[in-house]
Design a protein around this ligand. Structure first.
Ligand code: NDP
Ligand code: 8X3
Length: 250
């Protein structure tokens, strides 16, 4: 029987590429996001695949629980959850950053991920099988200027993933925190609020990870035998490496 994978943020970037990867491999895919037209386009480009779509905002608790409850019976036994929906807003230093932006990142990256997990986890625990992928980031481990709240939300995702894994002992539900570095998606368009020139400059003259690199990683982990759990995986493009600490000079 085909496994069922539920993906948040499947309208773009990692989530979209992950939906395509699993759908082409014969999984039943539940693709979700706020932009229905993108979800329709995804389904239309894969006419031979088994895809259902759900349009909801992960930061709205009721929408999340109603969406999961609305799944047709044939899609209810979710095997894999990819908690991918998320965003960064702004790159200003903390004293100049927008409090509204901070709240939206917390509402989406932290609270949204928790709502979806809470809605789906009982299905997995009841069936004593499942796999949850959370999209963390290198920003959850490595500070950078302007990463203030975005990085803090991803540090939350990392520690929540590890704690979740700990709580799930005995349930056969696996958890992996996926921690990508520098990757080309719509992430920077969103971060710089539609300033496409600024967003494009982030990826100029270098080779970031592609959305398919992350989709392939998630797919490979999902195909590992059930007795194997990769707890965290940090992935960078070869062009990216660790920076030094900064020093103020007179
Ligand atoms: P994209 O902007 O390309 O995709 C983000 C996805 O999240 C979209 O499908 C968007 O869908 C969805 N989304 C955002 N807010 C909400 C919301 N409130 N409710 C439902 N869906 C939402 O970015 P990426 O693919 O790069 O980002 C995916 C994840 O990967 C994020 O969690 C991001 O933080 C993380 N990440 C990204 C990295 C990068 O450099 N690109 C590196 C490390 C981690 P819609 O707008 O239709 O709702
Ligand atoms: C995205 C990677 O370095 O832009 O999570 O924060 S970074």
């Amino acid at each position: 029987m085909a496994k069922i994978v539920f993906i948040t943020g499947a309208t773009s970037g990692f989530g979209e590429a992950t939906a395509i990867k699993f759908a082409k491999a014969g999984y039943k895919v539940i693709a979700t996001g706020r932009r229905q037209e993108r979800l329709d386009a995804l389904k239309a480009q894969l006419p031979k695949c088994d895809i259902v779509t759900l349009c909801f905002d992960v930061s709205k608790k009721e929408e999340v629980f109603n969406a999961v409850a609305s799944l047709p019976e044939a899609y209810q036994a979710i095997d894999i959850l990819v908690n991918n929906a998320g965003l960064a807003l702004g790159l200003e230093h903390a004293n100049e950053a927008s409090l509204d932006d901070w709240e939206r990142m917390i509402d989406t990256n932290i609270k949204g991920l928790l709502y979806v997990t809470k809605a789906v986890l009982p299905i997995m625990v009841k069936r004593k099988t499942g796999y949850i992928f959370n999209l963390g980031s290198t920003a959850g481990s490595w500070p950078y200027e302007g990463g203030n709240v975005y990085g803090a939300t991803k540090a939350f995702v990392k520690q929540f993933s590890l704690n979740l894994r700990t709580d799930l002992k005995g349930t056969h539900v696996r958890v992996t925190n996926i921690e990508p570095g520098f990757s080309l998606t719509e992430f920077s368009d969103v971060r710089f609020k539609g300033d496409t020139q600024k967003a494009a400059s982030v990826y100029k003259d270098t080779t970031p990870l592609s959305k398919e690199d992350i989709a392939n990683t998630i797919f490979s982990l999902a195909e590992l035998p059930e007795h194997v759990n990769v707890n965290r995986i940090e992935i960078m493009p070869t062009v990216q490496s660790y920076a030094g600490l900064s020093v103020e000079r007179n």
